[in-house]
Design a protein around this ligand. Structure first.
Ligand code: ZN
Length: 331
C-alpha cells in the first residue's frame, strides 16, 4: 500500500464527529484477519454508518491480495467498540421493539439448525454440551436445551442476556465478551457462532478459544452474511468488521484445526436469518423479494475439529472482488 495512504486521521475524525465521540481516539491499521499479511486492495472507501439516516463515513474496506479476505482496514481499541455497541448501535439499531418476535425467531432458527444437523449432517446433539458465541437472547439454544443438552451462551449485550434469562431458563447465559469467555478445554460437542464473527473485536482470539474448548471431532457451526444479500443490505457498514465467503471461512478455520464439511448460501437457516430476522427493517420487502428471486441468503458453514494438526493453507478467494464494483480512486 502506498505510504501516503497510511494516515487516516482525516477519515477517523470524520467518523468520530458523526458518532459524536471525542477526538484523539487511538486506532491501528490492521493486518489481514486471516493470513496476517498487509497487502491490500481498497474495495470501498465508504462504510455505511446508519441505514436510517443513509449516513456514510469514510473508512476503507479492503481485500487481501494474498488470501482474498475482506475487512475494515482501521481498528479502534476495545473501549471505543464497547462504547459504539452499547451507546450507539444499541440505541439506533437494537431497539427494544419487536423483542418478542426476535426471540421467537431465534428459537425457530435453533429448531432449523437442530433439524439441519440431524437430517443433513446426521449429527445428534441431544444430551451433549453446546456453546453459542454471541447468543443474543439465547433462543437458538432452547430447542437443544429442551432435549437435555447442556447449553451455554455468551453475549456482550446485557439486555439481550437478561431477556434470554427470563425466557430461556434451560440455558446458562453469560453477559461477557467472547474474547473474555472461559470454559474447560475440550468440553463442547458443538459450538455455534451465528452472525457474530463479523462483529467480534479479535476474531483470532475468539477462534483460538473456541478451538481449545471444543472436543476432538466436535462441530463448529458458523453463519455469516452472503452474496447477494450482503450487497442489498449494504453489508460493508461500520458495524461489520469483516465479510466472509465459503473459501475465507475455510481458510480461517484451517488455522484453528477445523476441517470444512459443509457450506451453503441456500438453506432454511439462511432464509430464516436473512429474511425473517429482518422483518422489522425498512428494506424487508426488498430482502424478501431478493431472497425469492435468488434463493440465496446468509452463508452457513460447518467444520469438524481435527485431532491431527491440519496444514494451514490460504487458497485465494476472488468471490468478493468479482462481485463488487471496485472504487478505482481512493482519494
Ligand atoms: Zn489475507
Amino acid at each position: 500500500m502506498k505510504k501516503n495512504l497510511l494516515s487516516y486521521d482525516i477519515f477517523v475524525d470524520d467518523l468520530l464527529s458523526k458518532l459524536k465521540i471525542k477526538k484523539n481516539t487511538n486506532y491501528n491499521v490492521c493486518v489481514c484477519d486471516v493470513c496476517e499479511k498487509k497487502h491490500f486492495k481498497i474495495i470501498t472507501s465508504k462504510s455505511l454508518l446508519s441505514s436510517d439516516k443513509n449516513l456514510y463515513c469514510y473508512l476503507p474496506v479492503v481485500n487481501c491480495k494474498i488470501c482474498g479476505h475482506s475487512q475494515q482496514l482501521i481498528k479502534f481499541n476495545d473501549k471505543f467498540y464497547n462504547n459504539y455497541y452499547m451507546n450507539i448501535i444499541e440505541k439506533n439499531i437494537l431497539t427494544k421493539k419487536n423483542i418478542k418476535l426476535r426471540f421467537e425467531n431465534s428459537v425457530r432458527r435453533g429448531e432449523a439448525l437442530k433439524f439441519f444437523l440431524e437430517k443433513k449432517l446426521k449429527k445428534n446433539f441431544n444430551g451433549k454440551k453446546i456453546l453459542d458465541v454471541g447468543c443474543g437472547y439465547g433462543g437458538m439454544l432452547l430447542p437443544f436445551a429442551k432435549k437435555g443438552s447442556e447449553t451455554f451462551g455468551v453475549d456482550p449485550d446485557k439486555d439481550s442476556i437478561n431477556y434470554g434469562k427470563k425466557n430461556n431458563k434451560f440455558s446458562k447465559l453469560l453477559n461477557i465478551d467472547a474474547e473474555k469467555m472461559k470454559f474447560k478445554k475440550k468440553s463442547f460437542d458443538l459450538v455455534i457462532i451465528n452472525g457474530s464473527l463479523e462483529h467480534v473485536h479479535n476474531m483470532n482470539l475468539v477462534l483460538k478459544k473456541v478451538s481449545d474448548y471444543i472436543k476432538d471431532k466436535g462441530i463448529l457451526f458458523l453463519e455469516g452474511k452472503g452474496f447477494p444479500l450482503d450487497i442489498v443490505e449494504n453489508f460493508f457498514n461500520f458495524n461489520h468488521h469483516r465479510i466472509f465467503t465459503k473459501r475465507t471461512f475455510n481458510n480461517v478455520a484451517l488455522k484453528y484445526n477445523f476441517k470444512p464439511i459443509y457450506s451453503s448460501y441456500k438453506s432454511e437457516l439462511s432464509n430464516l436469518k436473512s429474511v425473517f430476522a429482518h422483518s422489522h427493517q425498512k428494506n424487508y420487502k426488498l430482502l424478501k423479494q431478493n431472497y425469492k428471486k435468488n434463493k440465496k441468503g446468509n452463508l452457513i458453514w460447518v467444520g469438524i475439529k481435527s485431532k491431527l494438526k491440519l496444514k494451514k493453507k490460504y487458497i485465494k478467494d476472488n468471490f468478493i472482488l468479482k462481485h463488487f464494483n471496485l472504487e478505482k480512486n481512493f482519494l
